[in-house]
Write a protein that binds this ligand. Sequence first.
Ligand code: RB5
Length: 154
Amino acid sequence: MPSILLAADHGGFTLKEALKEHLTQQGFEIIDMGCHSTDAVDYPAVTQSALLRLHAEGIESGAIKGILCCGSGVGVCIAANRFVFARAVWANDVSTALWSRRHNDTNILCMGGRVTAAPRAAEIVDAWLAEPFDGDRHQPRVDELSAVGQTVRC
Ligand code: RB5
C-alpha cells in the first residue's frame, strides 16, 4: 500500500480535504503538503514542492503516489509533468484513470475542484490506486517517456 501525498492550490483545497478524509478512512498514510485554506497560492509553486517531496519519498520505486488538485486540475498536471520522473494524468472519469494506470503507469493523479465533485473524485481515486500497470509491451514505451524528458531541451 503506497503512501499518498496530497497537494492543492486554493482552487483544489476543498477537494483535497475531502480526498484526505476518504483516504485516511481507508488506512492510507497521507502526507498533506497543503494548501491549508482557500487563501490564494500559485499552483506551480505548490506542485514544485509536492514533486520534490514525492521524489524524496521514493515515487520512482512506487513507495508513494501523488494526488494534486487545483481549480481545473490542469495547471498542476502541466507543472507535474515538467519533472522527468512524473507521469501525471488529468482525470474526470474512472475510465481515463484506469487506462492511465494500465498503459502509462501513471504515478500522479490530477483533478479539478471546480470540475469534479468529491464523490466522483473518490471513485476515480479508488480505481486509480487499485489498478496495476500492464507492463509487457507498455514498459519500453514508458521508458521512452523518461528518455524524452532527459534528452529534449529546447
Ligand atoms: C486558480 O484560480 C486556478 O487558475 C487554478 O486553480 C488552476 O485551475 C489552474 O490550472
